[in-house]
Write a protein that binds this ligand. Structure first.
Ligand code: NAP
Ligand code: 8YV
Length: 319
């Protein structure tokens, strides 16, 4: 008999169908987790879910046979992985396979914002080129300092891609990396003060909430650009809106927001901001790779109790 798996919100297209080849897939009708737990709670051995989809402890309590939670995505801030690990439940995610595409998204936002690609597109469409003449000049990237907050897998991919632009790349994280030659800043505000552009690619959750607040944004300054492809919660969104509105921050390119899919109304009307609907990893190829890795983690677990890409909190659980 195929093991029973609970498929929750946040899975990519095709993932439930892929799971169905190996598992009996249960999806909560109308999101009714309570009803589902009542009916098949004793049977559920696995959960497949999005890393930003809340996984209530009260639900876990009702799934006594649960062994593994497989997340679609690398970020898993909505999952209390340490608590699950203590209960002997392994959590997996999909690191690595999306680095290149998320890094491309960061570079696309960087160019779109600094070269005003979207604003200039509007300039043409609105007939302003004809009426007003050439669009205003912008600034290039060569010789600029680009700061990366969070030099992990994706941050490193961004740094690699930035090498061709002739800019200086610096970074901040809690610890310096021994394997990179880039300048390290222990102090995020000090780094922002020295930077022309700050690219955030930090994980979400309580540990990074509002890490980028008024001090960092003011340090980046009126000529500075802020790009975020990590999680919206790492920046104090009200402070970001105020800094842009008051001209204390120059421009922003945002793929992620604090309360998705809600975007602060003030940002919509701003010409110096490029907004994306959390599409960092959203190519057919990358999403397929994420779905495949999620399923391969489950299959590997059921084959020999070894998950392929457990989250750090669960790495010790490999038998
Ligand atoms: P990763 O390899 O774990 O890198 C995270 C980096 O952040 C590490 O360098 C870590 O270094 C640093 N960091 C963590 N907590 C920090 C803190 N409190 N202060 C300063 N630095 C901190 O993760 P990744 O694979 O690169 O992914 C990063 C994040 O990107 C994910 O967690 C996810 O939220 C987001 N993401 C977004 C998209 C999208 O579609 N926009 C797609 C994929 C991922 P230290 O441990 O040394 O501090
Ligand atoms: C996805 C992401 O958008 O991997 C992550 O952490 O944010 C993105 O790859 C998400 O996980 C799937 O909706």
């Amino acid at each position: 008999m195929k093991p029973a798996i609970l498929a929750l919100r946040g899975l990519g297209a095709g993932v439930p169908e892929g799971l169905a080849e190996h598992f009996t897939v249960h999806r909560p009708p109308g999101g009714d987790l309570d009803g589902l737990a009542r009916h098949i709670g004793q049977e559920v051995r696995a959960i497949a879910t999005g890393g930003s989809t809340e996984l209530p402890g009260a639900l876990i309590d009702r799934l006594p046979a649960l062994e593994i939670v497989a997340c679609y995505g690398v970020g898993y801030e909505a999952i209390d992985a340490a608590a699950l690990a203590r209960r002997g439940i392994v959590v997996t995610h999909t690191p690595g396979v999306l680095d290149d595409e998320v890094a491309n998204t960061a570079i696309a936002l960087l160019l779109a914002v600094t070269r005003r690609i979207v604003a200039h597109d509007r300039y043409v469409r609105e007939g302003r080129w004809l009426r007003e003449g050439n669009a205003p000049l912008t600034h290039g990237l060569a010789g600029r300092t680009i700061a990366i907050a969070g030099l992990g897998r994706i941050g490193l991919a961004i740094a690699g891609k930035l090498a061709v632009f002739g800019c200086r790349v610096v970074y901040h994280s809690r610890r310096p990396r021994a394997d990179v030659a880039l300048a390290y800043y222990a102090d995020l505000t000090a780094m922002a003060r020295d930077a022309d552009v700050l690219i955030a690619v930090l994980p979400g959750g309580d540990g990074t909430r509002n890490l980028i607040g008024r001090a960092v944004l003011d340090a980046l300054g009126p000529q500075g650009t802020f790009i975020n492809v990590g999680r919206g919660t790492v920046v104090d969104e009200a402070q970001l809106v105020a800094a842009l509105a008051e001209g204390r921050l120059g421009a922003a390119g945002l793929d992620v927001f604090a309360d998705e899919p809600h975007v602060p109304a003030e940002l919509i009307g701003m010409d110096n901001v490029v907004l994306l609907p959390h599409v960092g990893s959203a190519t057919v190829e990358t999403r397929e790779a994420m779905g495949r890795l999620l399923i391969d983690n489950l299959l590997s677990w059921y084959k020999d109790r070894k998950a392929l890409t457990p989250v750090p909190e669960c790495r010790h659980m490999q038998e």
